[in-house]
Design a protein around this ligand. Sequence first.
Ligand code: ANZ
Ligand code: ZN
Length: 801
Amino acid sequence: MKYDYGRIEKKWQDKWREAECFQAENGDKRPKYYALIEFPYPSGHGLHVGHARPYTAMDVIARKRRMQGYNVLFPMGWDAFGLPTENYAIANHIHPAKVTKENIAFFRSQLDMLGYSFDWSREINTTDPSYYKWTQWIFLKLFEHGLAYKAKMPVNWCTSCKCVLANEEVVDNVCERCGSPVIRKEKSQWMLKITEYAQRLLDDLDDLDFIERVKTQQRNWIGRSTGAEVDFATTAGDKLRVFTTRPDTLFGATYMVMAPEHEYVKKWSDRLKNPEAVREYCEQAGRKSDFERTEMAKDKTGVELLAVRAVNPVTGEEIPIFISDYVLATYGTGAIMAVPGHDTRDWEFAKKFGLPIVEVVAGGNVQEEAFTDVETGRMVNSGFLNGMEVADAKEAITRWLIERGLGEAKVNYKLRDWVFSRQRYWGEPIPIVHCPKCGYVPIPESDLPLVLPNVDSYEPTDTGESPIAKMRDWVETTCPRCGGKAERETDTMPQWAGSSWYFLRYTDPKDDKALASPEALEYWTPVDWYNGGMEHTTLHLLYSRFWHKFLYDIGVVPTKEPYQKRTSHGMILGEGGEKMSKSRGNVVNPNDIVEQYGADTMRLYIMFIGDFEKAAPWSSAAVKGCKRFLDRVWNLGETAAPGEEYTPASERAIHRTIKKVGEDIEAMKFNTAIAALMSLVNDFATNGVTRKDMRTLLILLSPFAPHICEELWEMLGGKGMACSQSWPEYDEAKTLEEEVDIAVQVGGKLKSTVKIPLGAGEAAALEAAKADEKIGRLTAGMKLVRVIYVQDKLINLILRP
Ligand code: ANZ
Ligand code: ZN
């Protein structure tokens, strides 16, 4: 019979569905295992081979865990709010809800086609009011606890999406989504106080099994700095406060710099002798992004505030104050003490403006370049700090400042609060009413969900308001507190809202009394293994850890952290090793591959393609190779002899393969697991194959290529389905390589025996022989002229002086 993958794949997908093979059971006695992958944004392009890599990987894990006796939760859903759908809807004049529905249907057909073992009874959709009711509920809780607030602030504004972006959504100064320039704009925004959780988000990383690069990226993003805040007296009377990580260098502070947005710039404008120059400079700086402003390589610019000066608290000297855009308003206090001898940016600025450069840590030549080493240097030109190491000087000066009321020790974080509103249509309405008397008032929980109204046009407006703002009858409402006239918030939540808690909903997706029942959460959380893209490390992954910690604090979830283990996959590149893209014409469509070779080949190949964590180029030739491998398995299955014992010649190889495939899957070394299976199939082809041999192979192969394995399992008369068999055990002793003793002769006379692996080649035998002490002595100083080797029996060395 021919390997008819089309028929087989359809047949088993139907059977799995009918038998509900992949349904997770809440509260089941078996140990639970929660395997999660990031749910897709159902774009119009459908599933990409880039999705298939992590999905197949977690499907392999989930299938293996079921065979290991776990009650596995492996769910799927749709992260369906967001800009691309809305943009598509605008361009094609179709309602985003309709677009979403169509896209989901197409995506779903593709996931089914690939035979993934999702529990579809738990499917969720973030745009479903019964789902976003709970997204809104969490927002109300955040508001109630003072963690959601509205603030006017400079924000990132995408000039094309006409929408505010979070810092995390701005990459290299352009919009992460559409690539258009991002500018700064003052706007009133809903903000979430993620900064309140900065230290816990940092500390709790230590106990998680996240791959190291994920931890490092989160740590850097949170960006903890320790140092001090120091007050400088000024001739304007106000104290100018700075944040510094190097209070030890205070004696070297020869000037100060404030951000152009610093409140004193306006406050002091009447005293300044150069208010025009200052105003002009501030305007220019306002047009640049933080990224442009802090770029190291950038030429330093600035203006001195003529007429106001500061006093260095340790030297008592008057020093000038500048404004410059290399100091950010949003970090520390928005002002710095400049130490050009030991800070590179200050050094460049001082050189440009002819300011004094004083050495306070010995070890470099500060007139040539800033000396920034904190490990080796000792303090100089620093009064009572002289002779100390940097670390000791930091402590001493901080104590000195505290005693005099001039400063305090301080920890700062790079992490900023999360800008949470979007001036767009296709998102969750923010459940807040603005009352002229009562201010921002939450709508009562009993009014949730606050359903997104239907509008005629979803085009964003240039005024920076959401299209919903035009729907006056929706906007105009009464204040839940005083009953007076009030207006609804018209901004919507960002794409990241629904995904910040979705993994909780899967545990109890239909609950209408809570986001999930306490029992379901107790049973399933935390997620045991979560695989997702590196690009989400400082977005979704961080946001959802924050929400989870908040839900933990208010007693909704039982664990401090949402995910115990996090791994990440590399990208799939085009045939030529370049990024797959429409413009390059190198996009591989999974449907084409499945049509031509079958889903099992597609799955097997995407796992065989290379090191899971690294980028890998597509290879059509290797796809064909995987198909040929499955053809061989098929043929072997048809020829398997009756017999419930392993073929003796293959037995050791089988035990070794069971061990290797199991261990490699756990380590996400899918490619080498498959290579081991290929090698086992070679052994079977050589040694002949029994049904028992074949069944073990089928169980090991089934997580990767489940359909063909089910079909052969059935053909070989196996009980039940392959997917519900127990994962095979191996005998450790039989996994060890077999060894033989061979005779070592010199000139035809037996001199010794050595142990070598069974079947070893001449080179390995010769090496083993030479390593033998006696043979080593006999061959020392002699020339080896010939070797006679009889495999597994003897090696004869012919020597000459
Ligand atoms: C004096 C000094 C001397 C500094 C020295 C550094 C080296 P991190 O590690 O990133 O926290 N700084 C403080 N606030 C700033 C702002 N709003 N914009 C730009 N720069 C700012 O860096 C903290 C250091 O960056 C602070 O320590 C300050 O310069 C500068 F040898 O103070 B330092
Ligand atoms: Zn009111």
